[in-house]
Write a protein that binds this ligand. Structure first.
Ligand code: IMP
Ligand code: MG
Length: 190
């Protein structure tokens, strides 16, 4: 059996197809370009590793105004599917000075909100001119801290999803669609 078939069989269903993801990225890219077009500040897209790299790669090409990119890595999840509530910086930005810049945090998914709320606070202390959040997916039902994203690709139900950068135990990131993982794969109910 090929690996592609193997991964597809671990999905309960496909939530967002490659086509739908393309439409989402085009829409958000245009919106961001329009919103920041008249700003005289440096626009920095901050991708949160590793889950947002696929979205980031597509999104930055859908933005038609000058922008810079940087990466941060924080850990809030182990290999499980629920938030530990512990957020640790694994890799900080390469850019030393973000003072006066327009920061746009690019995330794969907004779940409990703990990770992004921590990141937003941390980066705000470095005095950017503005700071906004762009997330591909939003699971509002799961929120434990009060946080809203400024740009949302799709609002999704409370299910564990993988693909297009999102993983379960570092697997499935390379899928070109977003799928709901069968609970039996992570030891839940079938
Ligand atoms: P939060 O701090 O609970 O909002 O967690 C956000 C992070 O948890 C995301 O950046 C993902 O890495 C991970 N995460 C949350 N839900 C899912 C999911 O359904 N699939 C894969 N990763 C998820
Ligand atoms: Mg992530």
């Amino acid at each position: 059996m090929s690996e592609a078939t193997f991964m597809r069989e671990d999905m309960e269903r496909i939530l967002l197809s490659e086509e739908e993801l393309k439409e989402i990225v085009a829409r958000i890219g245009k919106q961001i370009s329009d919103d920041y077009r008249d700003s005289t500040n440096k626009l920095i897209l901050v991708s949160v590793l590793k889950g947002s790299v696929v979205f980031m790669g597509d999104l930055m090409r859908a933005i038609d105004i000058p922008c810079y990119i940087d990466f941060m890595s924080v850990s809030s999840y182990g290999s499980g599917t629920t938030s530990s509530g512990v957020v640790k910086i694994v890799k900080d930005l390469d850019t030393n000075v973000i003072e006066g810049a327009d920061l746009l945090i690019v995330e794969d998914i907004l779940d409990s909100g703990r990770t992004l709320s921590y990141l937003k606070k941390l980066l705000s202390a470095r005095k950017p001119k503005s700071i906004k959040i762009c997330t591909l997916l939003d699971k509002p039902e799961r929120r434990v801290v009060d946080l809203k994203a400024d740009y949302v690709g799709a609002t999704i139900p409370d299910a564990f999803v993988v693909g297009y950068g999102l993983d379960y135990d570092e697997k499935y990131r390379n899928l070109s669609y977003v799928g709901i993982l069968k609970p039996s794969v992570y030891g839940g109910e079938a």
